[in-house]
Design a protein around this ligand. Structure first.
Ligand code: NAI
Length: 256
């Protein structure tokens, strides 16, 4: 039986980069996203062309009912979840200085990036605990995609930074809780990655990259994250639960 990976926000950007790598490693994929199935049909067909089963589960991870629905449908249709990739995330609709940030924007970002991630992880973690009790040899893991914003302060999108810092604690908490079941929990912190999320600030980052923002002087690609996630999902880091892996071209490397 093929292993099943649930990737939230897996139909574009970093999530799609991860999906493309996992499908090459023969994982069956449960792709979640907010878009209508019709809008992602082409992408799903591309992923399916590699062989494994690929199903799309529309739903907002910020909504409790959607989370329940997504997970119970995957259980019914695919039988299990071996790998959870918490990738779905949003930026504030408008970047605002923290002296001006609204409560509405704070709740909007936090509701998806932190509350959604926490409670989806809770749901899937319980499923994985049941699976491990049935077969302790089977490798299950959880991968959280947070951001360099977990530790680097951007005062024009504070709510995003707080949500990602919180995701760091979600990683630590579930790593600590799931240790007894031998389910590792990892976190990937991407830097500046070329996706729809960063399309609106491309010029700003182009300039910063020209001026040594990163050690590796280029944009990150979704595939840079995909390769790391695939290696984690393959079980190559079984004794490293709770670890954070930077995929930021050295942006966070202290330099003089
Ligand atoms: P993106 O905007 O291109 O893609 C995000 C995906 O998540 C989309 O498929 C979208 O449909 C889905 N999504 C959004 N809200 C959702 C919800 N409530 N429920 C289910 N799915 C939802 O973004 P990108 O750049 O691919 O980002 C992916 C993750 O990586 C996010 O968590 C983001 O915060 C993080 N990240 C991105 C960086 C970048 O430079 N692009 C850098 C560091 C972290």
């Amino acid at each position: 039986m093929k292993k099943v990976a649930l990737i939230t926000g897996g139909s574009r950007g970093i999530g799609l980069g991860i999906a493309r790598r996992l499908v090459l490693r023969d994982f069956s994929l449960a792709i979640n996203g907010v878009r209508d199935p019709g809008q992602v049909e082409e992408i799903m067909a591309e992923l399916r062309s590699h062989g494994p089963e690929v199903n799309y589960y529309q739903g907002n991870i910020g909504h409790s009912e959607d989370r329940q629905h997504i997970v119970s449908r995957i259980k019914d249709e695919m039988g299990r979840i071996d790998i959870l990739v918490n990738n779905a995330g949003i930026a504030p609709k408008e970047r605002k200085d923290i002296l001006e940030t609204t409560e509405e924007s704070f709740d909007y970002v936090m509701g998806v990036n932190l509350r959604g991630t926490f409670f989806l992880t809770q749901l899937v973690a319980n499923l994985m605990v049941g699976q491990k009790k049935e077969n302790a040899e089977n490798f299950n893991c959880i991968i959280n995609v947070s951001s360099i914003s977990a530790t680097i302060a951007s005062v024009d999108r504070g709510e995003y930074c707080i949500s990602k810092a919180g995701t760091g604690m979600v990683t630590a908490l579930f790593a600590a809780r799931l240790g007894e079941f031998d389910i590792p929990v990892y976190e990937i912190r991407p830097g500046i990655i070329k996706t729809d999320m960063t399309a609106g600030v491309k010029e700003k980052y182009d300039k910063l990259l020209e001026n040594d923002l990163c050690v590796q002087a280029r944009w990150g690609e979704p595939d840079d994250v995909g390769k790391v996630a695939a290696s984690l999902a393959d079980g190559n880091f079984p004794y490293s639960t709770g670890q954070v892996i930077m995929v930021d071209g050295g942006l966070s490397l202290p330099r003089l």
